[in-house]
Design a protein around this ligand. Structure first.
Ligand SMILES: *Cc1c(COP(=O)(O)O)cnc(C)c1O
Length: 365
């Protein structure tokens, strides 16, 4: 018998996530030894000292289950942003939360809305629960919120918006978000995925938490994987009304965040010095790449994230492959319907330079 015939209808259409090989394995296969990875929007500055110390101190407690409620981390987040701990739900990375939200609110036949070129987890989660994907055509690569409003139906349950969006780096202002929320009926849950918010400039940053009072249907997701450098530990948090947080906490796995992640996250959430350094490195790195693109007449999409999407105006895979052979891993985004683009994560200045050098050689420019 073929077991695919008895899986839930949505799962039948799913394709496995295409993860890259370990760097060590790639180096062995290609016979090179100095690969740099600018492919997963990871933090190039490494684990902050504050997190290292917290992890070290937590090692003695690993025979015990983690704190199911993440008491200290929620306290730290609540204090930092002026929230109540009861508004916070923790996740095993924010991907866990994005899925948890769908499981909590949507079921088969419901409509879940997101933009063309939006983060790939939204269609994936929708498909897995056999809900209906409503993909709204992008405007200038970003979310076209007026078209979102026009597409709302009786069946709309959930709307996902990444701001800034991955992989395009496009960004919606506070005014645009606020105007949108004013027009969405409160029985539709709006998820604002702010995985990259720490990379936006303070003066343009959307204060989404402040919108919660007026919009009880809003859920804001944040992660420790990007600016905070904890991608390998898997931790993120959602902020909502206490009523919605209570619902999430009924559905989530009781120990979905591990002890090391909780300890490290509690330490690093207040490590302002580290975050400032990360943001500054990113700003300079973005400029470094943009200046190169501009000087060579290459097209790119202006980004507010820690990555930039390059439009090669020719199939990107051969160029991705040639870069790989020079020891530079970037991210092809054909899976997003962008076969001519590559996404490059911002690295350290010398890593960005390696990419610039490699691409110049590959394109002979
Ligand atoms: C990276 C990313 C996340 C966060 O993933 P984690 O599961 O927290 O590591 C969420 N949303 C978007 C748009 C992302 O790019």
């Amino acid at each position: 018998m073929q077991y695919i015939n008895i899986v839930n209808e949505g799962v039948k259409q799913l394709q496995p996530y295409q993860a890259g090989k370990p760097i060590e394995e790639l180096e062995r296969e290609l016979g090179i030894s100095n690969i740099i990875k600018l492919a997963s929007n990871e933090n190039p500055l490494g684990l902050p000292e504050s997190a290292k110390q917290a992890i070290q101190a937590e090692l003695n407690n690993l025979t015990r289950y983690p704190d199911s409620n993440g008491f200290y981390f929620k306290q730290a987040v609540a204090k930092k942003f002026g929230l109540a701990p009861e508004q916070i739900t923790l996740g095993n990375g924010s991907n866990d939360l994005l899925e948890l939200i769908a499981h909590t609110f949507a079921s088969e036949g419901d409509e879940i809305m997101f933009s063309q070129y939006a983060f790939i987890v939204y269609p994936l989660v929708t498909q897995a629960i056999n809900a209906k994907k409503i993909e709204i055509p992008a405007k200038n690569y970003g979310a076209d919120l007026n078209s979102f409003l026009n597409a709302i139906s009786d069946k709309t349950k959930l709307i996902y918006i990444a701001n800034p969006n991955n992989p395009t780096g496009t960004f919606l202002s506070t005014a645009e978000i606020a105007e949108f929320l004013n027009k969405v009926p409160h029985h539709i849950i709006v998820v604002l995925d702010e995985a990259y918010t720490e990379f936006t400039l303070p003066e343009e940053r959307v204060d989404a938490f402040q919108l919660l009072a007026k919009h009880p249907n809003l859920v804001v997701c944040r992660t420790l994987s990007k600016a905070y450098g904890l991608a390998g530990l898997r931790i993120g948090y959602a902020v909502s009304s206490t009523e919605i947080a209570d619902l999430f906490n009924r559905v989530r796995q009781p120990f979905n965040c591990n002890s090391l992640a909780l300890a490290a996250a509690t330490a690093v959430i207040n490590d302002e010095e580290f975050i400032a350094k990360v943001a500054e490195n990113n700003l300079q790195g973005l400029k470094q790449l943009e200046n190169f693109f501009i000087s060579k007449g290459l097209k790119y999409i202006a980004s507010k994230g820690n990555f930039v999407l390059l439009d090669l105006q020719q199939p990107a895979l051969p160029i991705y492959d040639a870069l790989l052979r020079k020891g530079v891993i970037v991210r092809p985004v054909g899976g997003y319907g962008l076969p001519n683009h590559l996404r490059i994560s911002i690295g350290l200045p010398e890593e960005n330079q390696r990419f610039i050098q490699a691409l110049s050689e590959v394109l002979d420019i």
